[in-house]
Design a protein around this ligand. Structure first.
Ligand code: ACO
Length: 274
């Protein structure tokens, strides 16, 4: 376990778990937490073998968003300080969105502002039925920024995104599932098990395939179909080369022997290179 001032990192082979750790402040993200997040993302990337990154909070909160005092109120009168303080945050939000491993938000309680943003930029998200999500920015006079409006528009239907942006109302974990902000909402005592269930599936896959699958998803959302097909074909050849043709030489050979049914489960990577 790597223990920083405001964030803990647990590395367990292909799984990294990041714990936001300011429970007395509902895991509000202060400047130190933004620096710590950049550091743990460095550590995970340098490890090179991580396939799944789980982000969660210690205590009863995922994150109450940006620390309104330390990030906004206190540095506001010094434009340079305000800019630099918040740049550290914006940098790790962008990094998390483009992270090579699969990112999973395990939303264990309150998620406001930046907490919704982190939920939205993770690839997958799981929460509890009683968790509370809110874009509370309008309640203190601004619109969701730093990527929070982007996270809302890319994870919620238009009317719901605008409703929560404009009213600042909260939604429960169950509503978050209904609208698509999270994959699944479960009773609180099942959050660990549900997250582990997803993580166990991810770690069985080839890491190169996971990384390129994310790239193809993200890039092709901005393409027309012919361009997307050309792009994904090029990426498929890249995948084949980078993985030593594992999909043909290992996966499809196992199918040829009827060792498994790809419609229902994944191939065994025991005989694969990495
Ligand atoms: N920034 C700074 N401090 C915070 C934040 C925050 N975002 N959220 C909570 N805290 C502090 C509280 O002020 C309190 O501090 P104190 O003990 O020094 O008084 C402590 O954390 C505990 O919070 P409580 O309000 O006592 O906890 P409660 O369970 O009653 O309420 C809730 C939790 C609903 C999350 C409430 O704290 C709240 O509304 N927080 C602000 C949420 C918010 O609007 N975040 C900003 C989003 S916008 C953005 O991220 C850009």
């Amino acid at each position: 376990m790597m223990v920083l001032e405001t964030v803990n990192l647990e590395m367990d082979g292909p799984v990294a778990t990041i714990f936001l750790n300011r429970p007395a402040k509902k895991n509000a993200m202060n400047p130190q937490m933004h620096r710590d997040m950049n550091q743990v993302l460095d550590t995970i990337e340098e490890a090179g073998n991580v396939k799944a990154v789980v982000v969660t909070g210690i205590g009863d909160s995922f994150s109450a968003g940006m620390d309104l005092e330390e990030c906004f109120l206190q540095p506001f009168d010094d434009p340079q300080l305000f800019y630099r303080t918040n740049l550290v945050a914006l940098n790790w939000f962008k990094r998390l969105k483009a992270f090579p491993a699969v990112t999973i938000a395990k939303v264990n309680g309150f998620a406001f502002g930046g907490g919704v943003l982190v939920t939205g930029i993770c690839d997958l998200a799981v929460t509890t039925d009683t968790a509370l999500f809110g874009l509370s920015e309008i309640n203190f006079g601004i619109f969701p920024a730093g990527g929070a409006t982007w996270a809302a528009t890319h994870n919620l239907p238009r009317k719901q995104a605008l409703y929560y942006i404009l009213t600042g109302d909260t939604m429960t974990g169950q509503q978050a599932q209904e609208y698509g902000l999270v994959n699944k909402s479960v009773p609180a005592d099942q959050l660990d098990a549900e997250t582990d269930r997803i993580v166990r599936k991810i770690v069985k896959k080839n890491p190169v395939t996971l990384e390129l699958a994310k790239q193809v998803y993200e890039r092709t959302t901005m393409m027309d179909l012919p361009t997307a097909i050309d792009y994904d074909q090029a990426k498929l050849w890249e995948l084949s080369r980078l993985s030593g043709n594992e999909w043909v030489n290992v996966a499809l050979k196992q199918f040829e022997k009827r060792a498994y049914q790809p419609g229902l489960t994944t191939y065994s990577r025991a005989e694969a290179r990495s």
